[in-house]
Design a protein around this ligand. Structure first.
Ligand code: NAP
Length: 309
């Protein structure tokens, strides 16, 4: 039986692994279908404290993994399919094996929703397509960029991009933003942000250098074809937390984000903690994921200690 199992090896899971391994818990850490999480798809991270010259996502994750291994974290490549919380110890099932543990930290992250149109995957990561304005916006100084979506994320990212870009096209499939009133007002009043209403992207187009040059779109409902010239395309059509294995097992909100007690990473189930983007629909940054990973580690360690006495 394990003392602690951590599910996920993004920033949150690895930070939890570093802290709990250093505390002598020898955690077993599960690497799922995307080892390293969303950061491994990010070309360069300029806002993670401690790296004044930036660091690429892969190296940051690899450093954290080495750090956790150094203190005794153990890694296993397997996807957790489901949990059994009716037993003590708790049981986790992969397709081929069952594991038992006293405590669990869930750090399975979230995945940005994608448009699933031609060019999207081809130009992703450093070639013009991104799902994170906070991560990549500064690379588009004095260039025209487009943001796709009409929710709070799209508006927040449009405002962030407007600090660097010469123009931000806000491409939305309807003629009204879904975002909160205050966000919508701010965006629509911004001199650098131009909404493109009733327009749905159909392809992302590149130049001879293999970089984005424009988005091909179709207007709705007229079906007219238009091209929007831009060097960067930011997709902000929502995120999907990777919490499907816990549906109907752990409390989550209507969008699938795990719910934790106020001011804590503890879920409503004793000994089950949640950290990082699987429980965060608002901040979704590497540093905030690392922060909640640290909190979950300390809370899990204290919970285990308390149970021993
Ligand atoms: P969201 O509210 O679900 O908005 C997604 C947007 O993308 C919608 O405008 C939607 O269009 C559009 N969209 C979806 N699929 C599309 C597709 N295939 N093609 C084109 N457009 C598509 O997601 P979100 O903006 O990420 O926000 C998620 C939650 O986090 C919300 O509750 C939001 O309030 C919250 N949030 C809060 C803050 C904040 O308070 N600062 C910041 C970010 C997010 P339709 O409108 O036509 O459906």
């Amino acid at each position: 039986m394990e003392d602690l199992i951590i599910i996920g090896t993004g920033c949150a899971g690895l930070t939890a692994a570093i802290y709990t391994a250093r505390a002598g818990l020898s955690p077993l850490v599960f690497e799922g279908p995307m080892p390293g999480g969303q950061l491994t798809a990010t070309s360069e991270i300029e806002n993670f404290p401690g790296f004044p010259d930036g660091i690429d996502g892969y190296s940051l994750i690899e450093n954290m993994r080495r750090q956790a291994t150094r203190f005794g974290a153990r890694f296993e490549y397997a996807t957790i399919e489901t949990l059994n919380l009716n037993t003590t110890p708790r049981q986790l099932h992969t397709t081929s094996k069952t594991y038992e543990t006293r405590a669990i930290i869930i750090a399975t992250g979230a995945a940005p929703r994608l448009l699933d149109i031609p060019g999207e995957k081809e130009f992703f990561g450093g070639k013009g397509v991104s799902t994170c304005a906070t991560c990549d916006g500064a690379f588009y100084r004095d260039m025209d960029v487009a943001i796709i979506g009409g929710g709070d994320s799209a508006c927040e990212e449009a405002l962030f991009l407007a600090r660097f870009a010469s123009r931000v096209w806000l491409v939305h499939r309807r003629d009204k933003l879904r975002a909160s009133e205050i966000m919508a007002r701010r965006v629509l009043a911004h001199a650098k942000i131009t909404p493109v209403w009733n327009t749905a992207p159909t392809a992302i187009l590149g130049d001879d250098a293999g970089l984005v040059r424009a988005i091909a779109c179709q207007t709705t409902p007229a079906g007219q074809l238009v091209e929007i010239a831009c060097k960067g395309v930011f997709i902000a059509i929502g995120h999907k937390p990777n919490t499907q294995p816990f549906a109907n097992i752990l409390p989550m909100d209507t969008n699938g984000y795990l719910l934790t007690a106020t001011g804590s990473t503890h879920t409503q189930v004793a000994g089950i903690f949640a950290a990082g983007d699987c429980a965060d629909s608002i901040y979704r940054q590497a540093i905030t994921a690392a922060g909640t990973g640290c909190r979950a580690a300390i809370e899990a360690e204290r919970w285990l200690q308390h149970r021993e006495h």
